[in-house]
Design a protein around this ligand. Structure first.
Ligand code: PEP
Ligand code: MG
Length: 577
């Protein structure tokens, strides 16, 4: 009998294949006391397992195929660095010695302590680092428990399978992708988890957050995975199979057809030019953005430079990294200043205090930079110096009032004066803009627009703060609604305020790269969309098929609907225009 399951679709595409359940971090770990004489051997057993886990990861790193997106190699590098970090090894050895317990149990204690630190963090991206700790520790655990079953995405007849796991590590994803895995289904994770990010980068259909998937699905049974809707259908009947095969064929035809759009301008049917920009995080991403035909970078998240290290990056180190990326991008590059929350890994330059109760509402992003002006000054000097290599603009995250914007601008101005006095080159006119991701900033957009040279709407946070839902909390994920009338009004108000003031308004949150919302955003008057480079052609396709004037007229009417359901129906109708 067929069984319908529903998770979160995070990477589009349909897979029809047999189930292959694999191990995840959810391992049965015994705990036992050691005789005093055995403690030394146990420490050695742990160190051997740790060494082997690291060697395995290095091998995976070396086998990453040419052309794989840069963020994938970076994930593996992060895990290798984490293996090198003594906080895992030292703490585990201390547990073995002091509590006289076996290595597996000691490692579990270390893992749980580290995870609880990460769980306190606010920044969504950094919170996904919790998954990294989990993945690294479970790799060592699997070796200690000798349960390191070789991951295999191939079934008994060598056919690709749907891998079902509690979670899969980035390293495992690479191995599975090399074996042409059909799809992933995981029990944990959300749209911002590494599994989701990697699956999207590699174009593998994926559904995450499907609790109990391993209990409900049986090895070898046929399943249909719809990575768009999040549906997983076990043991489908002929009718369902033929429906999804048809959907699969349409999806494949659609993707193949997109290639012809490379090199073509993103101009709507009625002649409105639209700018499609890239969101990037790592220096290698600049190349991917160029290849995808991005007209510039709408968001360069600089946080990666500060991660997994004890010391803050120096001005010169930052300058070199930024200069490399700026030189590699032919259009304008929008560099966002540090957007960190309460983060232990990068806090060598920060004042310490108790962890905030509501980190998402605490000292983060621009607030942290204004509290720690030296942290900000070093980054800004590096950014300004890099501006002499291309067209740079500086974007300030999480602005919630005009004073913050003016204070940050004054600090940037004094960095300019310093560089001028030192005779260091920088571009004479580097625009400073604000991210609009706090409802207060969206509402006060007309006032901010008199000072900012550009806006970029960060819908990930704007939705989180408008609807009061933690964007990384699985329990309230269901409330995350980009179509909520309050969100749409804030987006429209921001776009219109920018237009009245004559400044460009872009959007760099996930919504901008999601084809379900492209027509809606065009209808709201958005002209600059910034997204993961993999989405650019898909969005371009919709742009060139759209009549912006018609969409705008229809939207005007839709937004006047008082009933949210009616508004939703009107929005759905935009797809038919
Ligand atoms: C956003 O909030 O929409 C955004 C783009 O920034 P981040 O996801 O890095 O918070
Ligand atoms: Mg944000």
């Amino acid at each position: 009998m067929s069984l319908w399951l529903s998770g979160i679709g995070v990477s589009r595409g349909i897979a029809i294949a047999r189930v292959q359940k694999v191990h995840g971090g959810d391992l049965d770990v015994p705990e036992y006391t050691l005789a005093a004489a055995d403690v030394g051997d146990e420490v050695q057993r742990f160190l051997d397992a740790h060494g082997l886990a690291k060697a395995q990861l290095r091998e995976v790193r070396e086998r990453i195929p040419e052309g794989t997106p840069g963020d994938i190699a970076a994930f593996i590098d992060t895990h290798i660095l984490m293996m090198d970090d003594r906080s895992i090894t030292d703490a585990t050895i201390t547990h073995i010695r002091n509590a006289r317990i076996n290595a597996e149990a000691a490692l579990l204690r270390t893992r749980d302590a580290l995870i609880s630190v990460f769980e306190q963090m606010d920044d969504a991206y950094l919170r996904t680092r919790r998954d990294d700790v989990e993945h690294v520790c479970s790799r060592i655990l699997r070796i200690l428990l000798k349960s390191d079953r070789q991951l295999c995405a191939r079934g008994e007849q060598g056919e690709p399978t749907v891998v079902v796991a509690d979670d899969v590590t980035p390293a495992d994803i690479i191995l599975l992708a090399q074996q042409q895995v059909a799809a992933f289904v995981t029990e944990y994770g959300g749209p911002l988890s590494h599994t989701a990010i990697l699956a999207r980068s590699l174009g593998i259909p994926a559904v995450v957050g499907l609790r109990d998937a391993r209990r409900l699905l049986r090895d070898n049974e046929t399943v249909i995975v719809d990575g768009e809707t999040g549906h997983v259908l076990a043991d489908p009947d002929e009718l369902a199979l033929s429906f999804y095969r048809d959907k699969q064929r349409k999806h494949a035809r659609h993707r193949a057809g997109l290639v012809r759009l490379k090199g073509r301008d993103a101009i709507s049917r009625d002649g409105v030019p639209i700018r499609l920009l890239a969101n990037i995080e790592l220096p290698e991403d600049a190349r991917i953005a160029e290849e995808a035909g991005a007209q510039g970078v709408g968001l360069y998240r600089t946080e990666f430079l500060y991660m997994n290290r004890k010391e803050l990056p120096s001005e010169d180190e930052q300058y070199e990294a930024y200069a490399r990326i700026v030189s590699a991008v032919s259009g304008t590059i929008t560099i966002r200043t540090l957007d960190l929350g309460a983060d232990k890994q990068v806090d060598s330059g920060r004042s310490h205090g108790p962890l905030p109760t509501n980190p998402a509402l605490g000292l983060r992003a621009i607030r942290l930079c204004l509290k720690e002006p030296e942290l900000f000054r070093v980054q800004v000097r590096a950014l300004l110096r890099a501006s002499s290599h291309g067209r740079v603009q500086i974007m300030l995250p999480m602005i919630s009032n005009l004073q913050e914007f003016c204070q940050a601008s004054a600090l940037i101005e004094s960095a300019r004066e310093e560089l001028r006095a030192e005779g260091k080159p920088f571009a004479p006119d580097v625009p400073i803009g604000a991210m609009i991701e706090v409802p207060a900033a969206a509402i006060a957009a007309p006032m901010l627009a008199r000072h900012a040279r550009f806006f970029s709407i960060g819908t990930n946070d704007l939705i989180q703060y408008t609807l009061a839902i933690d964007r990384v909390d699985d329990e309230v994920n269901y409330l995350y609604d980009p179509l909520h009338p309050a969100v749409l009004h804030l987006i429209r108000h921001t776009i219109e305020s920018g237009r009245s003031a004559g400044i460009p308004v872009a959007m760099c949150g996930e919504m901008a790269g999601d084809p379900r919302f492209t027509r809606l955003l065009l209808a709201l008057g958005l002209t600059d969309f910034s997204m993961h480079p993999n989405n650019i052609l898909e969005i371009k396709q919709i742009v060139v098929e759209s009549d912006v004037a018609k969409l705008r007229a229809a939207m005007q009417d839709a937004l006047e609907r008082k009933d949210p359901q009616e508004l939703r129906e009107r929005i759905a109708l935009l797809d038919q225009l």
